[in-house]
Design a protein around this ligand. Sequence first.
Ligand code: NDP
Length: 275
Amino acid sequence: MGDRYAVIGNPIGFSKSPLIHGKFAKMTGQDVVYEAIEAPLDGFNARVDQFRTEGAKGLNITAPFKLDAFAYANELSESADRAGAANCLKFVGDRIIAENFDGIGLVRDITINLGVKMAGRRVLMLGAGGAARGALLPFLRQEPSELVLVNRTLSKAVALAEEFAGCGTLIVSGYAELADLAEGYDVVVNATSASLRGEMPPVPGNVFRGAKLAYELAYGRGLTPFLQAARAEGVAKLADGVGMLVEQAAEAFAWWRGVRPSTAQVIAELTVPLS
Ligand code: NDP
């Protein structure tokens, strides 16, 4: 039997990770077995202990366990440390190494797959939860002319900006003040969870004016209210988070196996048309 890996979450039934990693293993000829584990909400550590005892080599982590995985690790990569959360673990002897590939997956999808530059551009990010936090450093490393961070609970965005002070031009705003800062964003990213409930973050319509890309982190939901608003304002490119999902999976696969699978075909297969 090949080396064992899994994605762990609760619920886990809808996870695309087994499918994605199965395709990666096939295309790279790697002998791996990849499962889905639904751990009890209060049982992350015990379930991962068991999986490691069985000889497993690594885990992808999805909601709600990214903070548990961070706490479980005994070594942190810079991105996991900065994100304060882990979406991937590697087991090497007694070492439990944490990584967080969500941010780099998002940046790769925007800059490589969608071909939209962030360097020297104005970028607007909505939300200051886990996904936004993980994306901040990778975004700032692209050297946008400015990154504007907006959140409903302003104090969370302020705290993040303090944490990432000195990493680049990061400006914090509330939604109400956004109208004054609004026009002229090149990239608008919805890193809120509003779309999961069919809601729209309260942005003024003019944030989309002239934008090259509106990116929705949620995936598989077709045209969310955010993407509908962007389309109505004439944004040229619309994307959901399926590319981010596949790219972070490819980073994990490469980290574990030392070979990077190509992603274009897998993204195409998983893409749900935005209509
Ligand atoms: P969190 O729960 O950590 O954060 C949620 C964020 O959304 C907070 O900033 C919250 O604001 C904001 N928010 C929620 N509802 C609204 C609303 N109605 N209006 C304005 N703001 C709102 O979630 P995550 O960061 O983990 O996930 C965010 C999104 O990213 C989800 O859609 C998730 O599915 C997606 N995601 C996609 C991935 C991918 O691979 N494509 C990977 C990880 C996440 P406040 O602080 O005020 O509560």
